[in-house]
Write a protein of this length. Structure first.
Length: 94
C-alpha cells in the first residue's frame, strides 16, 4: 500500500530546494523535486519530475525546472501528465 505524503507548502519546497537529493512533494501522485550539484558545490539545479509505474517498470518524466515552474504549476502539470498517461494506457488496451 502506498504511503500518504503530506503536501508541502511553497516555503517548505523553497527550503528543500537547498538540500541535495530527491524530495517527495505531495499534492499529486508521484511528484518530486530533484536537487543536484552542477559545476561544483556552489551551483544547484532543481527540477520537477514525475514517477509512474507501468506494469513492472518505473517511468520518470521531467516536467519543469524550479523556480521557473511554481509548485502550483507543477502539481497541475503532474495531474495533466497522469491523466494523459492513464488515458493512453486505456486506449492501448482496447
Amino acid at each position: 500500500m502506498p504511503r500518504l505524503i503530506k503536501p508541502l507548502t511553497n516555503l517548505e519546497v523553497k527550503a528543500r530546494s537547498k538540500i541535495i537529493g530527491s524530495h517527495t512533494v505531495g499534492g499529486a501522485k508521484g511528484l518530486s523535486l530533484r536537487v543536484h550539484r552542477t559545476k561544483g558545490e556552489q551551483f544547484k539545479s532543481c527540477y520537477w519530475f514525475l514517477r509512474k509505474q507501468k506494469k513492472k517498470r518505473t517511468l520518470v518524466t521531467t516536467i519543469g525546472r524550479y523556480p521557473e515552474m511554481s509548485l502550483k504549476e507543477a502539481r497541475q502539470m503532474a495531474q495533466k501528465v497522469t491523466y494523459e498517461f492513464q488515458h493512453d494506457a486505456m486506449l492501448r488496451s482496447e
